[in-house]
Design a protein around this ligand. Structure first.
Ligand code: FES
Length: 186
């Protein structure tokens, strides 16, 4: 009799609680099952954003024959296709480099034309003896070293450069943080 009374008084409570937990679990599982594809879709949708940070790439800049081997740097535009999140753009100039070749050499040295001081465009002095930045008068040798006194905190940024068997000159195009002594990729 006591046992019956006990079952009648506590059993339904426990059963009700169990049912509630089962329903809660089912709801959670259903929610997860729904959220998983939404999350995957969102991840795929945002994928271009994750890839927007343009990775450094070797870009064709010119032909070896276009760089005289007289030790004087020549300026060339860097052309690249730009991808801005979900949109791809046609090839356009993204910067400029100075390429230099010494007598009889097929090795090419590349310097970014962007001034490391504040990002202005470095020019070759009229006599062709050095680089000079028109913004705050930083001066650099033709090898890119700082000529003191100059406000630039570091030399001009050298870029990796390679010459293909076909004679095409490719530069690894990278941008570096301005105004700091270390060469830090942006
Ligand atoms: S930006 Fe070139 S010297 Fe300041």
């Amino acid at each position: 009799m006591n046992a019956h009374t006990h079952d009648a008084g506590v059993g339904p409570d426990r059963a009700g609680r169990r049912n509630f937990l089962v329903e809660l679990l089912a709801l959670a599982c259903g929610g997860l099952a729904t959220l998983a594809p939404i999350g995957a879709g969102l991840w795929a949708f945002l994928d271009p954003l994750r890839r927007t940070g343009a990775r450094a790439a070797f870009l064709r800049v010119t032909e070896l024959s276009a760089i005289p081997d007289d030790g004087v740097p020549r300026q060339f535009a860097v052309i690249a296709e730009r991808n801005d999140a979900w949109t791809g753009f046609a090839a356009e100039p993204v910067g400029a480099v100075y390429l230099r070749r010494t007598r009889g050499s097929t090795a090419v040295e590349a310097l970014s034309a962007t001034c490391p001081h504040a990002g202005c465009f470095v020019e070759i002095e009229s006599a062709g003896k050095c680089f000079r930045c028109p913004c705050h008068n930083s001066e650099f040798t033709l090898e890119g070293a700082i000529v003191a006194p100059s406000p630039s905190p570091r030399p001009m940024d050298a870029l990796e450069c390679r010459v293909a068997q076909s004679g095409e000159v490719e530069v690894k195009w990278e941008k570096f943080r301005a105004g700091v002594a270390e060469k830090v990729v942006q």
